[in-house]
Ligand binder design. Structure first.
Ligand code: SF4
Length: 300
């Protein structure tokens, strides 16, 4: 085992892996790890991107108007919002910000899908990426492989629930929710919304949510990437891509070797070292491809 005989999860003090991180491994695994270790600074570009997402979300998202007090209240809120979003999809044609849970090679995985959209009676998984330069389409496609991987993992996790290979019971065990209670203040708040008694607890609402996911129409074999202008929210381009399960499985079995500690984080290959030029860790926390005049890089 690499890195002192402990898994990356233990070393990074994480209890689960985000879909976003698994997809980011495809761009540069070392960069993904450095972002976890050093944090991601909240930039103006990210704030603008978040505004774009929020505008879209406002159109269909059913927010639970009660503030959670405890962690379990928060878990309840997410399930309630997920359930209502999925149920509304038939009426509105789409839903936004859907939380998804699952397991990859026994590792707990979670993510938040930007959009599920009904298209010819199938559900298409959609991810929005915001970029800045609408004139030249600069930035579109630079990370298309990892963006597509993110979408493919989301589709796999939904398929796993629909096919019964990841169920409410798996979720309840892994998140240890059985028998956990909500705060009295939160229950009082949600009771006023007219929610049925059997849904006023974590078991009830999560069973409903998993049932709603399992009963969704078939998930399309096409996944969709949409690039939006960061400041105007204008659609720049849409890319529909074929889901490739074989390629996904091969990628995941290699990606998980990092999380299990079988190997250390890999930097980009020499062929892709131009990616380092836009990396905030280049020459600081990562010197793999850093060349000081008259010296060889540490990778050679
Ligand atoms: S400098 Fe290059 S190799 Fe190092 S983390 Fe950044 S992108 Fe990866």
């Amino acid at each position: 085992m690499a890195s002192g005989n402990i898994s990356a999860l233990e070393r990074l003090r994480k209890s689960s892996i985000s879909v976003r991180d698994i997809a980011a491994q495809l761009w540069c695994e070392k960069q993904m790890e450095l972002y976890i270790l050093h944090g991601t600074p909240f930039t103006q570009a990210m704030a603008m991107g978040r505004q774009v997402h929020a505008k879209e979300q406002e159109k269909v998202f059913v927010k639970l108007p009660v503030e959670p007090v405890t962690w379990f209240d928060r878990l309840y809120k997410w399930a309630y919002e997920n359930y209502n979003g999925i149920m509304n999809m038939q009426k509105k044609g789409y839903c936004r910000e859907v939380r998804i849970y699952g397991s990859i090679n026994g590792y707990k995985v979670s993510g938040q899908i930007d959009e599920l959209r009904l298209d010819n009676n199938k559900v298409v998984v959609v991810e929005d990426k915001t970029i800045s330069d609408i004139g030249s389409k600069n930035g579109v496609g630079q990370r298309v492989d990892s963006d597509k991987m993110q979408l493919s993992i989301y589709k796999k996790l939904i398929d796993d629930i629909k096919h019964g290979s990841y169920t409410y019971d798996n979720f309840a065990r892994s998140y240890e929710i059985e028998g956990k209670t909500l705060s009295a203040q939160f229950i009082q708040g949600i009771r006023t919304l007219g929610i049925k008694d059997e849904l006023l607890n974590l078991d009830g609402i999560y069973k409903k949510m998993f049932d709603a996911i399992a009963k969704m129409p078939e998930i399309s074999e096409i996944v969709r990437l949409r690039y939006l202008d960061r400041s105007t929210n204008e659609l720049i381009t849409t890319m529909d891509m074929q889901y490739d399960r074989k390629n996904l499985d091969a990628y995941l079995s290699d990606a998980i070797k990092y999380w299990s500690g079988q190997r250390d984080a890999r930097p980009v290959s020499e062929e892709n070292k131009s990616r380092c030029m836009s990396c905030k860790f280049f020459g600081k926390q990562c010197t793999v491809w850093w060349r000081i005049p008259n010296q060889q890089s540490s990778a050679t």
